[in-house]
Design a protein around this ligand. Structure first.
Ligand code: KIV
Ligand code: ZN
Length: 397
């Protein structure tokens, strides 16, 4: 079965959106978790954006040796050189160069003609290839690019040495049939070239990022760019956990696999919320606190008789602790610590004490404390500690 590679951009497209920024220690901690999760590429940052980001990419590249590390660059010399510098310590570097190709972006944003765009794309890919063996090219706003021009861009990028062609729906405008069709046309226009991977990168402005990414897979795409919890510009990127689980649950239909270790999805999601302080919506697919909660009596009855009645994914499959206890007034600290661990938190004694007090106060008011309440309390308490301490606590766990 073909493997669809998962290119994680939590630390770049995810991190660059408001409320999700991470310092170097946090990026390293998250990158290790992504490696455990089994992603195929980690995009660690956009080195030209600041010296700090360049250093962060370097550190991630130094520390995470088992997964290729990517760095983003516009099709400009300074950007490409900064990304090359950042990737220098990487065991398997990937240089990711992009330029917008839609007429709108070319005219209004870049003040470039199509010919100038082609020139810049070819020259920067060739420059990158002098130092880095693997170069990915992204045609920003591909979803709104004239298809004949897009095909021309792709042929030129391949001739210049790019081995991965990423065609983003930058503004989340595409619908699945259209997005898939774009890839079919590009693939046909490339002919029989060997060793070229087509890649999808979707934003969620119309809530179709995951659907569009899956349509791309049906059209032959073998790399998907996505983020944990779907964080990213504006409405976010395609959510990694949703894509990985959809491809696993509907494996027969898609006929592909991924290298994602599904049982690390929930802990990865929780680590990101702990680092960024941004919780996922309770009803978020796969990793939301309610994703496996059954409230209605009829549903509960069905689940007891056979979970398949109302659950197409078991919580254990994606790493939701199976023994999330119902905490109440009489739960002890050990039970609480275990429940917190199950949710992916590793509190210090002082933090445990504070969570304990709050849980008791809540249990006084309402009989039971649900996992969702516990997540909210733990999140409030644990987000206050410095990230480095958090990283140490988790690495000694
Ligand atoms: O959305 C987008 O077009 C991007 C590219 C830079 C890959 O993030
Ligand atoms: Zn993007």
């Amino acid at each position: 079965m073909d493997v669809v590679r998962i290119f994680d951009t939590t630390l770049r497209d995810g991190e660059q959106s408001p409320g999700f920024s991470m310092n170097t220690a946090e990026k390293i901690r998250m990158a290790h978790q992504l490696a455990t999760l089994g992603v195929d590429v980690i995009e660690a940052g956009f080195p030209i954006s600041s010296r700090g980001d360049l250093e962060a990419v370097r550190k991630v590249a130094q520390e995470v040796r088992t997964v290729p590390i990517a760095a983003l660059a516009r099709a400009r010399k300074d950007d490409v050189n900064a990304a090359i510098e950042a990737l220098e310590p990487a065991a398997a570097p990937r240089l990711h160069i992009f330029l917008a190709t839609s007429d709108l972006h070319l005219r209004v944003k870049l003040h470039m003609t199509r010919e100038q765009a082609l020139e810049a794309i070819g020259a920067m890919i060739r420059l990158g290839r002098n130092s880095v063996a693997e170069v990915e090219f992204s045609a920003e706003d591909a979803g709104r690019t004239d298809i004949d021009f897009l095909c021309q861009v792709c042929r030129l990028a391949v001739e210049a040495g790019a081995t991965v062609l990423n065609l983003p729906d930058t503004v989340g405008y595409a619908v699945p049939e259209e997005y898939g069709e774009m890839f079919r046309k590009v693939r046909a226009s490339l002919g029989d070239v060997e060793g070229i991977t087509l890649s999808a990168h979707c934003h969620d402005d119309l809530g179709m990022a995951v659907a569009n990414s899956l349509a791309a897979v049906r059209a032959g795409v073998r790399q998907i760019e996505c983020t944990i919890n779907g964080i990213g510009e504006r409405a976010g990127n395609a959510a990694l956990e949703e894509i990985a689980v959809a491809l696993a649950v509907r494996k027969e239909s898609f006929g592909v696999t991924t290298n994602i270790r599904l049982e690390h999805l929930f802990p990865s999601s929780r680590m990101l919320t702990e680092i960024t302080g941004a919780l996922v919506a309770p009803n978020k697919a796969v990793v939301g606190a309610n994703a496996f909660a059954h409230e209605a009596g009829i549903h509960q009855d069905g689940i007891i008789k056979n979970p398949l009645t109302y659950e197409i994914i078991s919580p254990e499959t994606v790493g939701v602790p199976s023994r999330l206890m119902v905490l109440g007034k009489h739960s002890g600290r050990n039970a609480l610590r275990m429940s917190l661990r199950d949710l992916g938190y590793e509190p210090s004694d002082a933090e445990l004490g504070e969570v304990y007090q709050r849980v008791n106060a809540l249990a006084d008011k309402s009989k039971n404390v649900r996992p969702r309440d516990l997540v909210a309390i733990a999140h409030e308490v644990l987000r206050r500690r410095p990230a480095v301490v958090a990283a140490e606590a988790s690495s000694t766990a």
